[in-house]
Design a protein. Structure first.
Length: 289
């Protein structure tokens, strides 16, 4: 009689076990070897009848449903983990600071040649004035005709170590690395009154045969980031035509028109000063301070 009551009681208790209790009991029971569990049940058969039926019921229950219960237990564990993200997960979702790419040109540039079609530039020189221009940059060119021999003008332009001889907005120049060949670095100091203090520039091209010189700005205290300039000379009508083109980033807060107007003014003033110096050989030793 007692056995008939114990068995239904055992089966009635099992379904009432909460999922949380099962998540704690199941891993331990399922890791218990079946042979030992059977020995335990056989040992308890003659000593504790209710425990026997409860154990037998539990053994049968776990044999049939433990795979499903283990999956359910794993889902509970995963769910609790998702609700409480770690500090690493929080850092990825809400980073304290984002890396910036200041002054780094974006991808997909457009190739532009700012030299007007009215200016007859030889084909072997024109391609030097084709620049890769990105949406945050501006590109322009200036042309100056000089009544002086090509050799005289080139002797002034090629002096990468002394740009202040005709560039009136430069106060001094100091060569940092190199001896005047491609790759030479110079640091130029700017006169007061301009929104700059100094500029570090690298010589990119120096072609004495084709009369091409190019430099890029690689550092310094100024607002003209990623500036690159190309200057070419060619003979025309007994004189020399100088073409200087450039590409530069637009400073924050300035439009493309404002940036080009500012840089064009400086470039045109430099070329006019170059013309005056080249047309008056007696002033070749003059240094503008």
């Amino acid at each position: 009689m007692f056995m008939q009551l114990a068995k239904p009681l055992a089966f009635s208790i099992l379904p009432c076990v909460t999922p949380l209790s099962l998540s704690l009991i199941i891993p331990a029971c399922t890791s218990f070897p079946p042979s030992k569990l059977r020995n335990y049940i056989t040992t308890r058969l003659h000593t504790d009848i209710p425990t026997f039926f409860f154990s037998l019921s539990l053994y049968t229950y776990l044999s049939l449903f433990s795979p499903f219960l283990l999956i359910y237990s794993s889902l509970i564990t995963i769910s609790s983990t998702e609700k409480m993200p770690s500090s690493l997960q929080l850092h990825r979702i809400n980073p304290m600071s984002r890396p910036t790419s200041a002054h780094k040109p974006p991808k997909h540039p457009t190739w532009l040649c700012p030299v007007s079609g009215d200016i007859l530039v030889p084909e072997n020189l024109l391609h030097h004035h084709t620049h890769a221009v990105t949406p945050n940059q501006c590109c322009s060119a200036a042309v100056q005709t000089i009544d002086a021999p090509l050799a005289a003008v080139w002797s002034l332009v090629r002096r990468f170590d002394k740009p202040q001889e005709y560039k009136l907005f430069l106060k001094s120049c100091h060569v940092i690395v190199g001896d005047g060949d491609v790759g030479t670095l110079r640091e130029v100091r700017v006169v007061s009154g301009l929104p700059a203090a100094c500029s570090t520039e690298r010589l990119e091209i120096l072609d004495d045969e084709k009369h091409v010189m190019s430099f890029s700005v690689v550092g310094g205290e100024h607002r003209l980031h990623n500036y690159r300039s190309v200057t070419t000379l060619h003979a025309a009508s007994g004189g020399t035509v100088v073409v200087e083109s450039y590409v530069v980033d637009m400073p924050p807060g300035n439009t493309k028109e404002e940036t080009c107007a500012f840089v064009d003014t400086i470039v045109k003033c430099n070329l006019q000063s170059l013309a005056q110096l080249a047309q008056n050989p007696a002033n070749n030793e003059t240094k503008f301070i």
